[in-house]
Design a protein around this ligand. Sequence first.
Ligand SMILES: Nc1ncnc2c1ncn2[C@@H]1O[C@H](COP(=O)(O)OP(=O)(O)O)[C@@H](O)[C@H]1O
Ligand SMILES: [Mg+2]
Length: 260
Amino acid sequence: MAERERNRAAAPSPRRDTLLYLDGVTKSFDGFKAIDNLSLVLQRGEMRAIIGPNGAGKTTMMDIITGKTRPDAGEVYFAGETDLTRHDEAAIASMGIGRKFQKPTVFESHTVEDNLRLALAGSRSVFGALFHRRTSDERRRRDDILTATRLTHRRNARAADLSHGQKQWLEIAMLLAQDPQLLLIDEPVAGMTDAETEETARLLGEIAETRSVVVVEHDMHFVRALGVKVTCLHEGAVLAEGPLDAVSADPRVVEVYLGR
Ligand SMILES: Nc1ncnc2c1ncn2[C@@H]1O[C@H](COP(=O)(O)OP(=O)(O)O)[C@@H](O)[C@H]1O
Ligand SMILES: [Mg+2]
């Protein structure tokens, strides 16, 4: 082993115990820096809320984490050791990073339960016969996910007949079917009623008891209800980070985001 490598192996790494570690990440589109020297660290089991104006780079950050977009520079590590910049989208998904896009992608003409069944079957095919579950285990898993996402009483409804909020929860249910360690969720409560928004905050809080979550959202009532550390992005970098009260009192955050 070269001496330099030995030293690196022996040195304590600041990212070792983290779940997600971004440092110095930069991504330009036609010379425009959408992500500009971004550093962000998520601990295992943490839920983080990401806020910031349109164009701040929130979605691009998620694209980089999930392998949809390659950064020009910087480090992106999962679970301390895995360099995500060296893997493609499918590989990153199978490592346990699940993503929910803003636009629902459920099968409208299928029932809630069938949508979930398909999602569970899809995740199973990745691991093949190796982790084949018994039918009763699968039913229990389905029941657990439906309970977690407040959809048990709607299990036989067509997805098309769900409320907007319930459709979003079904998306989260299908994400949970992949059994991800980390969930990335983009604007889950846009268009939801106040009651659905509050329920979604509780739902994500429960999910975060056993998984890590990064949630992008503009709804400040929702972010407050989450009660987690907040990162405000602006021009592709972290503008402020900390408890919501501190971040929302930061004059720079007020100027670029809250004072709109
Ligand atoms: N594929 C792309 N090609 C060119 N520009 C892009 C691309 N993706 C994002 N951008 C630009 O990068 C900036 C950040 O976008 P985005 O990450 O979508 O911001 P946010 O999600 O915070 O609103 C925006 O100015 C956007 O126009
Ligand atoms: Mg976005």
